[in-house]
Design a protein around this ligand. Structure first.
Ligand code: RTP
Ligand code: MG
Length: 136
């Protein structure tokens, strides 16, 4: 089942020079491709639309500040079961709970600064792909 998913390398990943390391892991998955990729600083309205499900939670405002604090790399990953697959590469939200070998487990320690976002369902992927790459 070929899927497309929206991935963001968060500002901490870009700032720390981990773009190549993280994209390399995605590229090495057999048959997966990257049909679109862009470095950009996210506007407030894009961020609000993207993380709207978390509005009102205690971590929402600091998350917005963090995500707007530097450029991100937005990319589309396409391939066999890509939605579940990128979530597996990323590991769980809390980098300390994430297993070594996962992106968050290898490089993160702070819950907010967990390096990568990946769509969590087909519905989220459709919504997020339209938000970040409307012409694709
Ligand atoms: P994401 O949406 O970024 O792919 O991450 P996720 O599904 O693993 O986690 P989610 O629950 O959707 O949370 C979104 C992002 O908010 C930050 N966060 N901070 N307690 C906290 O301080 C806290 N909880 C979540 C993280 O950056 C998380 O990835
Ligand atoms: Mg999420």
């Amino acid at each position: 089942m070929t899927q497309r998913t929206l991935v963001l390398l968060k500002p901490d990943a870009v700032r720390r020079g981990l773009i190549g390391e993280i994209i390399g892991r995605i590229e090495r998955k057999a048959g997966w491709t990257i049909p679109a990729l862009e470095l950009r600083t996210l506007e407030q309205d894009t961020l609000e639309a993207h993380y709207g499900e978390h509005k009102g939670k205690p971590f929402y405002e600091p998350l917005m500040g963090f995500m707007a604090g530097g450029p991100v790399v937005a990319l589309v990953v396409e391939g066999e079961r890509a939605i579940e697959g990128v979530r597996q590469l990323a590991g769980p939200t809390d980098p300390i709970a994430a297993a070594p070998g996962s992106i968050r487990g290898d490089f993160g320690s702070i819950v907010r600064e967990n390096l990568i976002h990946a769509s969590d369902s087909e519905e989220s992927a459709a919504r997020e792909l339209k938000l970040f790459f409307p012409s694709l």
